[in-house]
Design a protein. Sequence first.
Length: 405
Amino acid sequence: MFLAKVNLITGFLFLVVCVSVSGTCDTSSVCSTNNNAPIVMGADRLEEIKTIAGNKRIGLIVNQTSILNCGEHLLDALLKNGLNVEKILAPEHGFRGTEDAGALINNTIDAKTGIPVLSLYGANKKPTKAQLEDIDILLFDIQDVGARFYTYISTMHYAMEAAAENDKEFIVLDRPNPNDFVDGPVRKEGFTSFVGVDPIPVLHGLTVGELARMINGEGWILTGKNSCKLYVVQMHNWRHGDPYVLPVKPSPNLADYKAVRLYPSLCFFEGTTISVGRGTTFPFTVLGGTDRVYGNFSFTPVSLKGFDTNPLYKGKRCYGVDLRDEEFEGGLSLAYLFEFYRKAGRNGDNFFKKGGWFDLISGTDTLRKQIIQGLSEEEIRASWQEDLNLYKSIRKKYLLYDDYR
């Protein structure tokens, strides 16, 4: 079959075609994000995975992003290579990645393989002792988007804790970071949540493998054992700063490259009265509220299977801005927050939702207070620098790949 991937090279989109012959997964024909050697994902290094796992019993933490470069799902590849996958543990959005944000996921059975699928976004977010009794290894292979509040890394943290508590090995198959920057406020004490488990900035500038090393090395695992038996299967031919376009939607509402890039800046709006376009086919690329003051572009959120079935302002006309054709270099911008807070005018007191959700997303209540106080973006950014400099010094200890050029 043919697997098409879109990649970004020096600002231009081009198409790379990878070939899988006769249903086999040829990992020597993989896709690249640059003009040099092709990236080899951790999941593509099947021989190393077989050496590590051997005849051990595997609990697989995966979703729809857990594919090899030839397009085969990791689960199928492991079974084809004779590895013993006992169960699948699924994060937010489920094993197939189709469930709404925040929707509880039930345990089920994978129809194709008959393997049990246990939810890590239902009755428990951390694997229980009972769930780990019949396995030896937890193997994590999920594509992150590089933002602290994207919950797949929270699932990884809790799974590492469970592995440490129950004396299980924890294996990470590494993947690129598509928002590979270090920026934003560092999560403060008192603001720990599932969208901010670890004291890292909004943009952490790490792969999941490097972040796992940091969690382990800094003693952030909250258990009697402050580290787990960790092994990272590294990528080949990737370095920090290399652009990367995801071949599969990482979650229902990050539908394309632009949404993935805007997500770190627009996710703050989830703690406000402004819609990020949930309930449309272009979420996280538009912003709007029910007042015409927010802009001339309009959209009406609806219940939309595959995106969001109960979006903010369902059935109501929203007015705002369309960011799909605007240039955005990536990273973290506060300009959108400033613009919409200003446009809210007299309604500014109700701009931030009650319940502290904006503060949990930010990892601190300082950002909200700074915006209300009228500080400039430059002043707010300056207030982050001491924490960011300390974080950057810690980050260096755990890098597996050449750093930014």
